[in-house]
Design a protein around this ligand. Structure first.
Ligand code: AMP
Ligand code: MG
Length: 437
């Protein structure tokens, strides 16, 4: 096994593509995290290391945006009885093939109070939307096409009606015992009626991951402070907290940490003890004051990767300290948004049991030329819009690079440019990943 691993990670196999193959990474117990890996390899590693958290029952009213941890099964037919779809008269279609037809009103079926007798030829039952259709009737004629003379006990049906009209048969929508939603789906607003109708007062969902966020950098001050000389306000803690909350996590923001290994170690160790995931920003590049990795390593963290062939976001770090997953994101605000959404979001969603942990991917037509990178895959901010023909267009943002968070404020998606593609031309099809809103 060791021999095989050694052969797989020979210098030759690495240098040919500049990237380690996924098989090499899996087979090699002493894999080298400093080697630059592809985005898809990094995502695979994140998925492999992210473990399912416990499930918890939550009251239906609080389930929006949580992830289902159980299959949802219909406890009754839908509709539970043959149901009128209109206000009008339950009739036998054969009785009204020649109109006007005069029928005797023998009863009334209201929602919640049906008429439970056999309706015979020549008879009609006044019926309301949502009420059970009586036995013997095979159609409902809507009230607008009828005329009832007050007090006489008869109704005139003014137009013929075909059998089955305005009746939804019992179980036409769902049969009792059918699975209607599956574990791993995101609970959205459209699903709430289904959960309620089948009696799910409590719904089993994935537990929310506890996330600690920690911005690092001696230049940072809090949002409520006026930056002094050489200082800037921290934005990353807020960005990460917002995305993490949207991904279902509960978030604790740690105090800003300066570029000091001991201070970083102290905060990281404390945070790791009480969070499932720690997400730091800054201090992972090649500068002399970039200490995040050193702090993690000195604390004994296992580092899975620290360089990804990604633009922006190359120095992204991923590791584990005890049971806590650690993402060391780069400091530039746009790199934070990109790397959070490619990697950390997936981890948070996997921990809650999501079937689709990645950002939803679509194909769009590029609205203007876009430059790629020779050795890295790019995820570049863009606005999605639909043209008058209905084509989905991706309009790349004009931006000044990964520090330009003001330009990024308009982004609704990331356009993917594969590594090695110099330029994508206007009009070409591109893969886009929609950002959470
Ligand atoms: P670093 O990755 O630490 O080299 O930081 C890269 C750039 O991002 C620098 O210009 C930092 O000042 C900036 N930066 C780092 N952390 C933050 C933060 N929390 N909020 C806003 N900008 C930051
Ligand atoms: Mg820094």
């Amino acid at each position: 096994m060791l021999q095989k691993a050694a052969r797989n990670t020979s210098v030759k196999s690495i240098s040919r593509s500049g990237l380690l193959s996924w098989e090499d990474l899996l087979d090699n117990p002493q894999r080298n995290p400093t080697i630059m890996i592809s985005v898809s390899q990094a995502i695979q590693i994140v998925r492999q290391q992210s473990h399912l958290l416990a499930t918890e029952p939550v009251a239906l009213a609080n389930t929006l945006s949580r992830i289902l941890a159980e299959d949802i099964v219909a406890d009754s037919d839908l509709p539970p009885f043959d149901r009128a779809q209109m206000d009008g008269y339950a009739v036998r279609a054969a009785d009204v093939s020649n109109t006007p037809a005069r029928l005797r009103i023998v009863g009334e079926s209201a929602a919640g109070a049906g008429w439970h007798h056999e309706m015979k030829a020549g008879e009609a039952v006044r019926i309301m939307t949502g009420a059970p259709v009586p036995a013997g009737a095979d159609a409902v004629q809507q009230v607008e096409l009828t005329r009832e003379h007050d007090g006489l006990g008869f109704v005139e049906i003014l137009e013929p009606v075909e059998p089955g009209r305005s009746i939804v048969k019992q179980a036409a929508e769902i049969r009792a015992g059918e699975t209607v939603l599956r574990a791993g789906e995101d609970i959205n607003t459209a699903m709430i009626a289904t959960l309620a109708s089948f009696g799910y007062a409590q719904v089993k969902v994935g537990r929310r991951p506890r996330v600690a966020v920690m911005a690092t950098g001696s230049e940072l001050v809090n949002v409520d402070e006026k930056p002094g000389a050489d200082q800037i306000r921290d934005s990353n803690n807020y960005t990460i907290a917002a995305y993490a909350t949207q991904a279902g996590a509960t978030v604790e923001s740690l105090p800003l940490a300066g570029d000091d290994t001991e201070e970083l170690k102290r905060q990281i160790a404390a945070a790791a003890g009480r969070s499932d995931v720690l997400i730091t920003s800054g201090g992972v590049s090649m500068g002399v004051y970039d200490f995040t990795k050193a702090a993690l390593k000195e604390l004994g963290a296992e580092i899975f990767f620290e360089r990804v062939a990604l633009r922006p976001g190359k120095p992204t770090v991923f590791g584990r300290l005890g049971d806590t997953l650690v993402f060391g994101l780069p400091g530039n605000p746009v790199s934070v948004a990109v790397t959070f959404n490619l990697f950390a979001r997936a981890a948070l969603r996997i921990m809650q049991g999501a079937q689709q942990p990645q950002l939803p991917e679509e194909t769009a037509v590029l609205a203007s030329n876009l430059k790629g990178s020779i050795d890295r895959e790019s995820y570049l901010p863009a606005v999605l819009r639909t043209d008058e023909k209905g084509t989905l267009l991706a309009e790349p943002l004009k931006w000044g690079g990964s520090s330009d968070f003001v330009a990024f404020a308009r982004a609704t998606a990331l356009v993917n440019v594969p590594a090695g593609v110099k330029t994508l031309e206007k009009g070409q099809s591109v893969k886009v990943a929609r950002l959470p809103g």
